[in-house]
Design a protein around this ligand. Structure first.
Ligand code: HEC
Length: 260
């Protein structure tokens, strides 16, 4: 073979390889995913299946939340937003002591957390302090509860990560919702930091059952979390609660907003 035809041969082989590769790339786009069988639950206007039968309904297929794992966005950030990231304290504008508690990056960047070592983290020391200069949040704001401090510690000891899960995954049971078991802990995480104390936000206090019941019966509790027209959108400055949580609160209200 001459030099020239060798070169041409090499070119031909290269072109064939490229062409074969191109064909392989095309194949997956021609294969269709099997069509998902439609869910036979009724569907509301937002696209979420609605429970009209009282039976549990699957409203999403994302990664379900593992009850043993602490998730930053779901479990921890709402506590920081309603208690720490406030104007004059640790929101982005005020950044007292260089500490900003409004998102994951800023919390980690504030250098008050020692990963995997809650007891030696400045954050835990200050929220455990019951008085003096160190105490956070300062009096008269309501301190975090023992359970909340334990949860924040657990998050730090699990590596202070930004893990996420889908709260709508799996079954959303909207009947027999318990005040003590579901409603009160949810409000305590997402709302009570702002809606408690001597000067609760918007004049709305949500720290006792009687106060929550009054808000529930007036329609303001549901209106604010469902972001219904004419209501302020709550939790203020944060993402909407998960659709499952909103449906459960609605279920609890519809069944009489009992102290169950
Ligand atoms: C960061 C502070 C903050 C958080 C967290 C927060 N709120 Fe509010 N809330 C406010 C303020 C401030 C107002 C007064 C209205 C306004 O300025 O938007 C208010 C008003 C309200 C009102 C009256 C709204 C109306 O239109 O009648 C209700 C009800 C309410 N909040 C419920 C909640 C619930 C429930 C949560 C938790 C899911 C929550 N809030 C979380 C600050 C907060």
């Amino acid at each position: 073979m001459t030099e020239v035809s060798k070169k041409q041969g090499a070119k031909y082989i290269l072109a064939s390889i490229l062409f074969a590769g191109f064909v392989v790339l095309l194949i997956p786009s021609c294969v269709h995913e099997p069509l998902i069988t439609p869910i036979d639950n009724p569907v509301d206007t937002t696209g979420n299946p609605v429970d009209t039968t009282g039976n549990p309904v699957d409203i999403s297929t994302g990664t379900p939340c593992d009850p043993n794992v602490v998730y930053f966005t779901k479990d921890i950030l709402p506590l920081f937003i309603s208690t720490c990231a406030k104007s004059g304290c640790h929101d982005a504008n005020s950044h007292r002591e260089g500490i900003v508690m409004d998102n994951f990056q800023n919390v980690i960047g504030s250098r008050i957390i020692k990963t995997n070592d809650a007891n030696n983290s400045k954050l835990i020391k200050t929220i455990k302090a019951t008085g003096g200069e160190e105490r956070m949040p300062p009096s008269p704001a309501q301190r975090f509860t023992t359970d909340q401090i334990a949860l924040i510690s657990k998050w730090i000891n699990q590596g202070a990560k930004d893990l996420t899960c889908d709260e709508n995954a799996g079954q959303c049971v909207t009947t027999n919702v318990s005040y003590a078991g579901f409603v009160a802990p949810l409000l305590s995480t997402y709302c009570v930091g702002c809606h408690s104390g001597g000067a609760p936000s918007g004049g709305v206090s949500l720290s006792t059952y009687a106060q929550v019941k009054a808000m529930a019966t007036s329609g303001r509790l549901y209106g604010s979390i469902a972001w219904s027209t004419g209501f302020k959108t709550m939790p203020k400055g944060s993402a909407k609660l998960s659709q499952c949580s909103i449906n459960k609160i609605k279920g609890w209200i519809d069944e009489g907003a009992n102290n169950n």
